[in-house]
Ligand binder design. Structure first.
Ligand code: AHG
Ligand code: MN
Ligand code: MN
Length: 339
């Protein structure tokens, strides 16, 4: 049991504000709004099974995926927290076809940030009491301040991200984020409703043992991915690999970041760009991975250098320990050469 009192997320955000030149405190207010929304969603996730919050809404989102009640709830909570506080000028969400231009208010005209969000990640897991999460990505707008946000403000490459993070609602609830100066993790004390710094300066191990992929799709994977899986499975002294796949990107990523490993969601025959969304799933995770000393790629190219053309575009995704991601890239390249 720790005896010293760790920093709270609120204190940490204020302490770190000085790292940004010419800061107006706007990013701090934005992160605080996310922290608040995360606590509200956490409360509701924890009640799943007791109140009528689990199950499907009976309709599909813009991606043609079945919306869960908690998808809709989390979406509303995050949008309200960001909108009402006027800490952003625009919001794009997995659950909304178009981006939202934050209505003009006292401060919103001056707000220079846009947020892209996956309000509830892994929502198909909620009914069975398995971890879900929230993923967010923050950019500085490129259109002029004080004017309505434009699509171009959201379609920026990941290397322009100002901050990114996730919340994992799990056996304990954590908020993990980066502003480009390393990665820090905060654990929620549910009794006090306060996030405390529990995982300072997270570093992903250079090598790992875990590979995480939906092997049910094996037959449809590109040859390079099939070869990589076989490589991991071969019984050799230098292959300590084991497979772990929850089916919630946030939870799979979080585990691999702490333990070392690689997460893969490749393209497959019916989905040439895979399943995961570049702007609010892959880019924020890629930023976190790199800030923790890891790597993220689409199999050939750095995720954060991809130039998005659509709000909800997808990309194959390979992310985690450097050595493992590079091994996947090697197999992809070999398969391409032998085509
Ligand atoms: P979401 O719930 O936001 O739609 O995301 C689900 C994603 C991701 O969290 C997970 O890793 C992946 O879908 C799982 O997909 P499969 O079931 O195809 O493996
Ligand atoms: Mn998701
Ligand atoms: Mn989602």
């Amino acid at each position: 049991m720790k005896t010293t009192s760790p920093l709270t997320l609120g204190e940490f955000i204020i302490d770190k504000q000085a790292d940004f030149q010419y800061t107006s405190g706007e990013l701090s207010r934005l992160l605080s709004a996310i922290r608040l929304a995360a606590k509200v969603v956490n409360q509701e996730v924890n009640k799943a099974g007791l109140v009528d919050i689990i199950g499907a809404m009976g309709n599909q989102n813009v991606q043609g995926e079945e919306q869960q009640k908690l998808d809709v709830f989390a979406n509303e909570v995050f949008i309200a927290a960001l909108n009402n506080r006027e800490v952003v000028c625009g919001i794009a969400s997995e659950e909304n076809e178009d981006f939202i231009s934050v209505r003009p208010g006292e401060n919103s005209q001056k707000s220079k940030y846009v947020v892209l969000i996956d309000p509830l990640d892994g929502s198909s897991n909620i009914d069975v009491n398995v971890n879900v999460g929230t993923i967010f990505s923050i950019y500085r707008r490129i259109s002029p301040d004080g004017t309505p946000v434009q699509l171009e403000d959201f379609l920026q490459p990941g290397n322009k991200q100002v901050a990114a993070g996730y919340v994992v609602y799990g056996s304990s609830t954590m908020l993990v984020y980066t502003t480009g100066c390393g990665v820090n993790g905060f654990t929620l004390d549910p009794a006090l409703g306060v996030f405390y710094l529990s995982h300072p300066d997270i570093k992903i191990p250079f090598k790992g043992k875990i590979y995480s992929i939906n092997e049910g799709n094996y037959i449809k994977f590109p040859q390079g991915i099939k070869d990589y899986i076989k490589y991991c499975q071969e019984e050799k002294e230098d292959r300590p690999y084991t497979s772990r796949y929850i089916g919630s990107l946030v939870a799979d990523f979080h585990r691999n970041m702490l333990k070392g490993g690689v997460y893969l969601y490749p393209s497959y025959s019916h989905a040439p760009k895979g399943k995961l969304r570049l702007l609010y799933e892959c880019n924020p995770m890629a930023f976190l991975a790199e800030q923790a000393g890891g790597k993220a790629s689409d199999g050939f190219t750095r995720i954060m250098d991809l130039n998005p053309t659509e709000l909800h575009e997808r990309t194959p995704f390979v992310c985690g320990s450097i050595e493992m991601v590079e091994k996947v890239e090697e197999f992809m390249e070999n398969a391409r050469r032998n085509q």
